[in-house]
Design a binder for this molecule. Sequence first.
Ligand code: SAM
Ligand code: SF4
Length: 360
Amino acid sequence: MTRVPPLDRLGRPLGVLRLSLTARCNLACPYCLPDGVDPPGLLSSRQRLAVIEAAVALGAGSLRLTGGEPLLHGGLEELIAAAGPLRQRGLREIALTSNGVLLSAERARALRAAGLDRITLSLDGTTGASVGRMAGAGGADPGERARRGEVLLAKVLAAIEHARAAGFDPGRGALKLNAVIQRGANDDQLLPLAALARERGLELRLIEFMDVGNRNGWRPQAVLSAAEMVERIGRRWPLEPLGRGAHGTASRWCYRDGGGAGSGSGHLAVVASVSAPFCGDCNRLRVTADGIAYTCLFAAPGSGLDLRPWLQPEPDPGGLREALAGRWRQRHDRYSEERQERQPQTFHRPAHAEMAYLGG
Ligand code: SAM
Ligand code: SF4
């Protein structure tokens, strides 16, 4: 039995488990492009719990539930409730990343009651046209796209209020907004998104467009760097740097005018995984909905460890822990740093597993 939490070959501990519950999604954001179907052999709730248990035993204090769209998974609340007792063994938080479209008032209350600590909602624009475009809604017709985008935007804005009313307090970091910013696609939404988040007292996390998967047409020119995002927003609302916490992916800033109604809310965060990689600090394990463990968001398809031999027919907790610990000890991923060390033009870009499987 592994008693000492493993370190990988670069001395990094395991701190976060990002568990994808489904590869399906109700949206089709072009920068992510999910398949629309789940792979065969989805894990059962019992098997998922065994994976969570093993990760917690190896040092993961944070469980982040993701997808695809995790709200499409009917067993979400039960899984959260079942993971609750692991708080006695080192689990400190259970969080969810969702596009929010399906987050009704009732669902938000059910998630809170089940023991969910935090929700991050993704929203890439403040107009029907920009939301429709970034969510891949409405096809090629701009009018239809804007109309569908309006509906989605209204749902996400309602979801923010449902989450707040259910007790996810943005002032305590329990409710945040994610936005992927793509140059030439929605970079005109930077200031409007910041204004929207400030008005609602939410932390806005701006994410650089990443070369995850093989379908999103990523090119370096489409990346708006975190530095440029901060510069543009700072020109309108001056910012003060707060730094990047240990093992955090986001550098945080606060508004000098105190915008966003105090108590730590209203902050801005940027995730600079392309322009300023943080591989040296990365403590994330990703497990797909069908039980494949990946140790990097940019891993090659097929390079993950299939955990099913330790999950079927019944979970084998000891074997699973050892298998995961062994894989973690072998880990030496530092893809984003390697990308940065070479010129984008000469960097040989290997095939990547798709985002909807890995969960962001
Ligand atoms: N469906 C949920 C959602 O959209 O929040 C959860 C899964 S999604 C894969 C998790 C996060 O990854 C979202 O905030 C999404 O915006 C982000 N994401 C997806 N593809 C990305 C890309 N190519 N570059 C940067 N962020 C991306
Ligand atoms: Fe769906 Fe989230 Fe991917 Fe958009 S980013 S397609 S909402 S999984």
